[in-house]
Design a protein around this ligand. Structure first.
Ligand SMILES: Nc1nc2c(ncn2[C@@H]2O[C@H](COP(=O)(O)OP(=O)(O)O)[C@@H](O)[C@H]2O)c(=O)[nH]1
Ligand SMILES: [Mg+2]
Length: 583
């Protein structure tokens, strides 16, 4: 068994309906979902009463429902769309005002009449008891007409056309053949699809002696324009002379029997098909509304990464500033180190002649002065230590201050003494390795100067090491010396030590090396302090900032992915829906 055409259609638009529902639900468009859900209850067959003003449209509706609910007059009367709805079980008419988006509002007959006459804008609804002909589910639509003297009225009628499922075209039989307005209307491409469900009522037939001639003229007129349109009625069954007034009076000569029969065949008997086609139209309408909503959403969709860019800029500036500071500090430190080395080098050179001419009585004094000079230079060089920078976000003044404090906290006296002694020993030892005799002399000289008991042990070690010529000797000695030096007046001690050692050796070969080693000692001591206390935390901060930057990049790319997939989904929905609606 093949599927009937209405069943086939049903499957088709149920798919469309499900698609619309799915998309609307996903997008949270509750107006669409609600409208779709209520659609079945709201489906009514709408039959419009069209024609020129004064053609008896309102009178015919009154006659069909058997009571005079609509105002009737020789001058243009109906000014608005009036829906007349048949309701089972109703005794008296009920009046409502129709407001878009809300339930019909009950009004009194007076207010209704004001709307019906167009004195008050709006749409009105009357519910009337259903009858054999006008059954529940049908709406008779009284319109201001197709060529009302009032253009607004005509526009109101045309605006309502998409909602109509069929029409009764009223023509005052005294006006003769169909007017151009009516012919053009029937030929309109928007009207053609439902013109098969047009019935032509030639009104006020009671005023004419004979109607036959005019009826056949009109059928002839119509044959040229409606022949191709499928209709459940033959053309001669669709052109009917009536008298609404006489019918309402109950005149048996003017009963609406023929008209009612045509109405029944055209609308009541095809109710199911009409319902389906109406449902389809409504679904198409809702689908088109959804399509526009989606397109608007797509247009409004944008990836805003301004906040991200702002954050990125801030962090990048901070990173750049930190880097700048770290580099500036490194450069400054290198400059200071080089300068110290140069200064100590020239001091050493200055002292070479003095050591050379020094005798046993003056050598201590010269050594002491050498150490003091070194200390003075070291202090001066690092006092000038200053990092010039233009940082904004990192509290540089604090960092610079911090470095200054570190430098200030350095006991240059102890450091110089230690460094000098260590340098001399190291220099001594390295030369010992190649010239054992020289080391012996150095050790001997040191031994003769071992006045203080505290350092006796140290010197013994030195002597022993020098004798063996072990390279490790210098390193071990350094630790011991540092401790000893701290306990005694460092400069004095170092001075003696240096003096004696140098006296015993070649000052010109040792002094520059001592100077270089001392500079190295001082700079590396300060450097490790600054590294530990300032640069390391800064580097950690830098790493943290970089990690922060990576994190916001990650978030951005996640958001970007989200945006891209959202856009893709919308586009896909739009495409699918558009294809579906065109079908
Ligand atoms: N003699 C006669 N007059 C009618 C008939 N139907 C309507 N009229 C009159 O025609 C005029 C216009 O009628 P109405 O229903 O208001 O037309 P509408 O403007 O198309 O709604 C009124 O004066 C009615 O009394 C009819 O069947 N016979
Ligand atoms: Mg009217």
């Amino acid at each position: 068994m093949s599927m009937s055409s209405s069943e086939g259609k049903q499957v088709g638009f149920n798919e469309t309906r499900n698609l619309i529902m799915d998309i609307a639900q996903r997008e949270g468009l509750s107006d669409v979902t609600t409208e779709l859900q209520r659609l079945d209850d709201k489906i009514r067959i709408r039959v419009g009463f069209l024609g020129e003003w004064n053609s008896g449209k309102s009178s015919l509706i009154n006659a069909l429902i058997g009571r005079k609910v609509l105002p009737v007059k020789a001058s243009p009367t109906t000014g608005n769309i009036i829906e007349v709805e048949a309701k089972d079980g109703l005794k008296e008419p009920q009046y409502f005002e129709l407001i878009a988006g809300s339930e019909p509002k009950v009004i009194d007959a007076m207010t209704f009449s004001e709307i019906a006459k167009g004195n008050r804008s709006g749409k009105a609804l009357i519910r009337v008891p259903s009858s054999e002909v006008i059954k529940e589910g049908f709406l008779l639509i009284d319109t201001p007409g197709l060529s009302s003297l009032n253009k607004t009225h005509t526009d109101i009628t045309y605006g309502y056309l998409p909602l109509l499922d069929g029409a009764i075209i009223c023509r005052d039989i005294n006006e003769g053949e169909l007017s151009k307005v009516i012919i053009d209307f029937v030929k309109d491409k928007n009207v053609q699809p439902f013109s098969g469900r047009f019935i032509f009522a030639l009104t006020k037939a009671d005023t004419k002696v004979t109607t036959k001639a005019i009826i056949s003229k009109i059928i002839k007129q119509l044959r040229r324009i409606v022949d191709k349109n499928e209709s459940p009625l033959q053309l001669d069954e669709r052109v009917i002379a009536i008298s609404a007034e006489k019918a309402l009076e109950g005149d048996p000569k003017w009963s609406l029997k023929q008209f009612e029969k045509a109405f029944k065949t055209c609308f009541v008997d095809s109710k199911e098909d009409l319902m389906i086609s109406r449902l389809n139209k409504e679904i198409q309408r809702i689908g088109n509304y959804l399509l526009i909503s989606l397109e608007t959403m797509l247009k409004g969709l944008s990836f805003d990464d301004s906040e991200f860019k702002k954050q990125q800029e801030i962090i990048e500036t901070e990173i750049a500033n930190l880097n700048e500071f770290i580099n500036a500090e490194k450069e400054q430190f290198e400059r200071s180190g080089n300068e110290l080395r140069n200064r100590l080098y020239s001091i050493a050179n200055n002292f070479v002649p003095r050591f050379k001419v020094a005798d046993q009585n003056t050598v201590e004094q010269v050594g002491s002065e050498f150490c003091s000079a070194i200390q003075k230079e070291a202090e001066e060089v690092f006092k000038q230590y200053n990092i010039d920078n233009k940082m904004i976000d990192v509290d540089v003044s604090n960092l610079t201050e911090r470095i200054k404090q570190i430098i200030k906290g350095v006991d240059f006296g102890v450091m110089v003494a230690t460094a000098v002694v260590a340098a001399v020993i190291t220099a001594g030892v390295s030369s010992t390795a190649t010239a054992a005799t020289e080391a012996e002399v150095g050790a001997e000289a040191a031994a003769t100067e071992a006045a203080a008991t505290e350092i006796a042990a140290t010197e013994a070690v030195a002597t022993e090491a020098a004798a063996t010529g072990a390279a490790a000797f210098g390193k071990e000695l350094l630790g011991l010396l540092a401790n000893v030096v701290k306990k005694i007046n460092p400069l004095e001690y170092a001075g003696d030590w240096v003096a004696n050692l140098l006296k015993a050796k070649s000052a010109s070969s040792l002094l520059p090396q001592v100077a270089s080693n001392v500079a190295q000692q001082i700079t590396s001591t300060i450097k490790s302090k600054i590294d530990d206390e300032v640069l390391l935390p800064l580097k950690h901060e830098l790493e943290a900032k970089k990690a922060g930057l990576r994190e916001i990049w990650k978030v951005r790319s996640e958001k970007m992915d989200e945006f891209t997939s959202r856009k893709g989904l919308l586009k896909k929905d739009i495409d699918i829906l558009r294809n579906r609606l065109i079908k």
